[in-house]
Design a protein around this ligand. Structure first.
Ligand code: F6R
Length: 242
């Protein structure tokens, strides 16, 4: 695991956008694994800017997002489909037939999860996976105690995750209780992983992820076992490291 500590969130986000752009230059048809959440917004802004300067193209790439809320249709304003259109897809040159998220409104969510896993396998698995980090150690929506070899499936969100994400909804009770998420095994098959975390609020979990035992109690700790992971932090998020 390579750990890069930046003085500020700005330079940390620049670094992640740079890693993404480099990979796309080297391999324009990379299968990208994408994340949502507050942390990623800074990365997507920078990728849009690079695209506008003709420094990066997504035209040959394809993407699979980590997760989606069960029950939210792609046009729901709090869906991750909506987030991705607003924050990235509408502003760059992805082929819209090659950007994928689970369908939260599928009539059979379990079948949808299985279909999504098969689609990732069919694409040859993820080439470059972008991850954020939940304050409870989740990656994707693989909450603590998730199987470390899991595939895409339905997970029940913890109260703390629902509270953290309530800022996107009108009320806490509107935050869905279930999500379809890539599994930890799905994520670990990625050729390369880049995780970005900002802020003092993530310092404890960052230390557990990097220095703690590999344990389902902190799902992100499994990244210690991946052969090509870069963790990009600002100084505040790194402040709990030994
Ligand atoms: C989002 C996702 C989550 C977030 C994590 C951090 O698709 O899979 O794991 O990356 O909850 O979210 P923020 O960046 O909002 O702190």
């Amino acid at each position: 695991m390579k750990v890069l500590i930046h003085q500020t969130q700005t330079t940390a986000a620049d670094c992640v956008a740079g890693l993404f752009a480099d990979r796309l230059m080297q391999k324009p048809d990379t299968v990208l694994g994408l994340a949502t959440g507050g942390t990623m917004e800074a990365v997507y802004k920078r990728l849009i800017a690079r695209h506008q300067n003709a420094a990066v193209s997504f035209s040959k790439a394809q993407s699979f997002n980590l997760d989606e809320y069960v029950g939210l249709a792609p046009d729901h304003p709090c869906s991750y489909w909506h987030y991705m259109r607003e924050k990235l897809f509408n502003h760059v040159d992805f082929d819209s037939d090659r950007t994928f998220l689970p369908h939260g409104d599928a009539p059979d969510a379990e079948a949808e999860a299985a279909r999504y896993e098969a689609a990732i396998v069919g694409a040859g698995d993820i080439g470059l996976q972008l991850l954020g980090l939940g304050a409870n150690g989740h990656i994707g929506f693989n909450e603590p105690t998730s199987s470390l070899v899991s595939h895409t499936r339905i997970k029940t969100l913890t109260r703390s995750t629902r509270e953290a994400n309530a800022r996107y909804f009108d009320a806490f009770d509107d935050v869905p209780r279930l999500a379809i998420t890539m599994g930890i095994g799905t994520i670990m098959r990625a050729d390369e992983i880049v995780l970005l975390a900002f802020g003092a609020g993530k310092a404890d979990v960052v230390a557990k992820m990097i220095e703690g035992p590999v344990s389902a109690a902190c799902p992100a700790s499994i990244l210690q076992m991946h052969r090509k992971v870069t963790v990009v932090l600002d100084e505040a998020a790194a402040s709990g490291l030994a």
